[in-house]
Design a protein around this ligand. Structure first.
Ligand code: UGA
Length: 447
């Protein structure tokens, strides 16, 4: 097979397919990326992927190139894994990389080979690709849409042991070919949904839209809890025991980010509008509005506590959009950091993996790789990304080197009692009790 596009999705899929025993040619026009993979290094941080790459390289199952070659002609399946980023001029997804990838593939496409899309696309894209290929080649291609549901930070595991396999196809040969490819997983009992192309395209967008809705729902409850004086984490635990609701994706905080949920939601809104469904997009617009409001909350809390933030020394813990990745695309934590800069604060960011990326793209933010030094003299600390090392941090040890100030837990991940005992004023998003308690303490201090 070929796997076209070697970003998070493509590189992980290529390595996972090779681990499953298939013969893989990974293709990406970015020569630096190809050279890195050829030499056995992964161009981003993803746990376990480097070991898996050296395993499949050593048994000759994988090869990387910057363009197609004769091997491409022999492939039974060509996986499209290129990016579909948000368009520069609107909310919709830019699918041009897909069409470029297909144009480059066509001279090598055998008539009975299957093209299988994994990229996340607006519903109807596969139909456009079929038309495009038919116009150029003069025959109807075998096309499948086979969305991927991997989460960064656990991408390899999700690819090898997915909770479902979705195969949307234009024809039976495509479905049969993909079933063969996933034969071992299907035999192990992983459920398969065989469907049409449009449903398969929609499944992926619907899954991400639902996850985003779940997060914004709990963040809406957090807004209520903060004002009414209740605890959202306890509330999430209690409703999560109902297995119709489920406990996952109910962590309130500064909201969702990353390269997928935000842009997929916007693209879904744009596509629904194109389909004339203006009334239907209201829910999704609210989901996004709640998500962006929550990013303002740490600054609001700090302003309630200190009044002005001009010149305040602020530390943001975590820069990646979630733990166990160095991906900083649409990171809630970094938006919070920039909002503090906007208030005139002096902002330092700590992160275990992504500081080089932060320095390269956020000139207004200082970075400090040593955690203890980062804490020194900080008046406000915000937990933006719940890396394990922050959860395990002993507040007493950092409080020696820094005057305890205000800590805002943007991910509901820290031990409230331990931080308070070390002298910090502690506030967690979505916890009305902290607000009430600490506000009255700080006003007493002012009085
Ligand atoms: C997401 C989906 O979870 C995957 O199933 C999908 O395959 C992927 O997008 C994709 O489309 O490629 P990912 O972007 O890796 O995966 O991240 P998630 O684990 O979904 O987290 C997204 C954001 O939601 C993060 O910023 C995280 O901190 C936040 N989040 C997650 C919460 O704020 N609360 C929660 O309870 C869970």
């Amino acid at each position: 097979m070929t796997v076209i596009g070697l970003g998070y999705l493509g590189a992980t899929s290529a390595i996972a397919f090779a681990k499953m025993g298939h013969q893989v040619l990974g293709i990406d026009p970015d020569q630096a990326k190809v050279r890195a993979l050829q030499s056995g290094s992964i161009p981003f941080f993803e746990p376990g992927l480097d070991n898996a790459l050296s395993e499949v390289k050593s048994n000759g199952k994988i090869r990387f190139a910057s363009s197609h070659d004769d091997e491409s002609r022999k492939a039974n399946v060509h996986f499209l894994c290129v990016g579909t980023p948000q368009s520069k001029v609107g909310l919709s997804a830019d699918t041009s990389y897909l069409f470029t990838a297909v144009d480059e593939l066509l001279p090598y496409l055998a008539k009975d080979s299957v093209i299988a899309g994994k990229s996340t696309v607006p519903v109807g894209t596969a139909d456009l690709l079929i038309e495009h290929i038919r116009n150029i080649k003069g025959f109807l291609p075998h096309l499948s849409w086979n969305p991927e549901f991997l989460q960064e930070g656990r991408a390899l595991e999700d690819s090898l042991y997915p909770n479902r396999i979705v195969i949307g196809s234009s024809d039976r040969h495509s479905t049969w070919t993909l079933r063969q490819l996933y034969r071992n997983q299907i035999e192990e009992g992983i459920p398969v949904v065989e469907t049409d192309l449009r449903t398969a395209e929609l499944v992926k967008v619907a899954a991400n839209a639902f996850l985003a809705t779940k997060i914004s729902f709990i963040n809406l409850m957090a807004e209520v809890a903060e004002v009414a004086g209740a605890d959202t984490a306890e509330l999430a635990k209690a409703i999560g025991y109902d297995d119709r609701i489920g406990s996952k994706f109910l962590r309130n905080g500064i909201g969702y980010g990353g390269g997928c949920l935000p842009k997929d939601l916007r693209s879904f809104v744009a596509r629904s509008r194109e389909l004339g469904l203006e009334d239907s997009v209201g829910l999704l617009e609210q989901v996004e509005a709640i998500n962006s409001r929550r990013r303002n909350r740490p600054v609001e809390i700090a302003k309630e506590y200190f009044g002005s933030l001009v010149g305040k020394e602020v530390l943001i813990l975590g820069a990646s959009f979630k733990p166990d990745t160095d991906d900083i695309r649409d990171s809630p934590s970094l938006e919070v950091a920039e909002l503090f800069v906007g208030e005139g604060a002096v902002v330092t960011v700590h992160d275990p993996m992504s500081l080089p990326k932060v320095s390269a793209t956020y000139p207004t933010l200082r970075t400090q790789p040593d955690l203890e030094t980062a804490f020194r003299n900080k008046e406000v600390v915000v937990l933006g990304t719940e890396w394990g090392q922050y959860k395990q941090l002993d507040p007493a040890s950092v409080s020696i080197s820094s005057r305890p100030g205000l800590i805002i837990d943007g991910r509901n991940a820290l031990d409230v009692a331990a931080w308070k005992q070390a002298g910090w004023a502690f506030m967690a998003l979505g916890n009305g009790f902290h607000q009430v308690e600490e506000k009255s303490q700080s006003s007493q201090a002012v009085a």
